[in-house]
Design a protein around this ligand. Structure first.
Ligand SMILES: [Cu+2]
Length: 140
């Protein structure tokens, strides 16, 4: 009787271990969409006539993603030298545009603006690539 009981108990134990390993292994991997392994993504919010934060410093290879989070208004993210130009994509909350820097951008500062509101609302910002990037000009 006791020998049978032990066999039964060991069987249950083995089943339990197998069950745990199967379900735990497949579902315990943490997923973090904001931290890719290779390079970082920095988010800039496009709000009511301003970029938040106004100036960000990234590393070469990083991606900057602008996400509209404001009133229903037409905005752009346009580099002063037109390295990137989102066109008028920011129409509704959640609309996004992104630009990925390259190794050649290291040490550079990109001043950018909203083509609609740069003069009327001083809607400007800057992306500094690397620690040696110069400070942006006034207003950026
Ligand atoms: Cu704008």
């Amino acid at each position: 009787m006791s020998k049978k009981f032990y066999s039964f108990a060991i069987g249950l134990l083995l089943l339990g271990i197998a069950g745990c390993g199967g379900s735990g292994g497949s579902s315990s991997t943490p997923t973090s969409p904001t931290t890719p392994a290779a390079a970082n993504m920095v988010t800039v919010q496009v709000r009511d006539f301003e970029f938040v934060p106004k100036s960000v410093t990234i590393n070469a290879g990083d991606t900057v993603r602008w996400v509209f989070d404001g009133l229903d208004m037409t905005h752009t993210s346009s580099a002063k030298d037109m390295t990137w130009d989102s066109q008028f994509v920011f129409q509704q909350v959640g609309d996004a545009f992104q630009w990925t820097s390259s190794a050649a951008d290291d040490g550079m500062t990109f001043e950018y603006r909203c083509r609609t509101h740069d003069n009327s609302h001083n809607m400007k910002g800057s992306i500094l690539v690397g620690a040696n990037a110069p400070a942006p000009g006034a207003g950026y």
